[in-house]
Ligand binder design. Structure first.
Ligand SMILES: NC(=O)c1ccc[n+]([C@@H]2O[C@H](COP(=O)([O-])OP(=O)(O)OC[C@H]3O[C@@H](n4cnc5c(N)ncnc54)[C@H](OP(=O)(O)O)[C@@H]3O)[C@@H](O)[C@H]2O)c1
Length: 245
């Protein structure tokens, strides 16, 4: 595939971090958020000439691959018609709150990415970039073949979409490990051995949850091999869904 245009809907920590890595790697990116392109002038100018701002619908139309880096609670606002036929990377994690929770996730009937796929019925959803933070992505990219290149899990129902994302990861400086369909994506979600901590190492003992989150978000990256990804995914045991740290 020719170098893809990467669309990014949601330009918070994850969207902005991936945009930085992507433009540094030579990709063109189209960015959007909930408040409109005028609010993205600072980010666009910081990223340089490969970035431009748009609405979410324009982002979907312009891009070959779209990262939907929005809170899971907002997934039904993603532009379904414009995303039809596109490969959509879903990095969301389920954080149940008093404002939003999903009975189908609470009962483990669906995974969070199956929920996103249900809304984006005509898109090809790939669960990825959910178990590693933007700080670590910016640390850990390496050229193909480097001994300490980091591997990231991908889950999808469509093998072609998985291949597209694997090629994109290669451009971004990462290997991809195919962990099967979206129904199994709980294996790399929060509360499993593959979630976040392999990429940052052991946190200091005794941190309260907000401190632990801040520590993980700011920790330097630790390389994780493809063999480790496979091994950690196989060790996962399914418990209640949702962020529980
Ligand atoms: N932070 C992490 O370390 C991390 C790591 C892995 C995965 N994740 C997951 O990745 C997703 C994004 O996380 P984040 O930390 O980047 O969140 P964040 O900093 O809160 O940013 C969320 C972004 O989503 C945008 N947004 C919300 N509703 C939208 C809509 N309807 N249309 C378009 N854009 C919309 C927001 O727009 P505005 O800017 O206009 O408000 C904002 O740019 C979440 O699902 C999270 O669980 C996070």
């Amino acid at each position: 595939m020719a170098t893809p245009v990467l669309g990014i809907i949601g330009t918070g920590m994850v969207g902005a971090g991936v945009a930085r890595r992507a433009t540094d790697a030579g990709l063109d990116v189209v960015l959007s958020n909930s408040r409109g392109p005028d609010t993205l002038t600072g980010l666009v100018s910081a990223l340089g000439g490969r970035a431009r701002a748009a609405t979410p619908a324009e982002t979907a139309r312009a891009a070959d691959v779209v990262l939907a880096a929005v809170p899971l609670s907002a997934h039904e606002l993603l532009p379904r018609a414009e995303l039809a036929g596109k490969t959509v990377i879903d990095p969301t994690n389920y954080v149940p709150t008093s404002h939003w929770r999903s009975p189908e996730l609470d009962s483990n009937e669906l995974t969070s990415s199956e929920l996103v796929q249900r809304h984006l019925a005509d898109a090809h959803v790939v669960k990825a970039l959910h178990n590693v933070g933007p700080r670590q992505l910016l640390d850990l990219h390496r050229p193909a073949g480097a001994a300490d290149r980091t591997a990231l899990p991908v889950h999808a129902d469509d093998p072609a979409a998985k291949a597209v994302v694997s090629e994109l990861f290669d451009v971004l400086g990462f290997d991809a490990v195919d962990l099967g369909p979206l129904a199994g994506s709980w294996r790399s979600e929060p509360n499993t051995p593959l979630y976040a901590f392999p990429y940052v190492g052991e946190p200091p003992a005794g941190l309260a949850v907000p401190e632990l989150v801040a520590w993980v978000q700011n920790a330097p990256g630790v390389p994780v091999s493809a063999a480790q990804v496979t091994e950690l995914a196989e060790a996962a045991v399914r418990g209640p869904a949702g962020f529980r740290y």
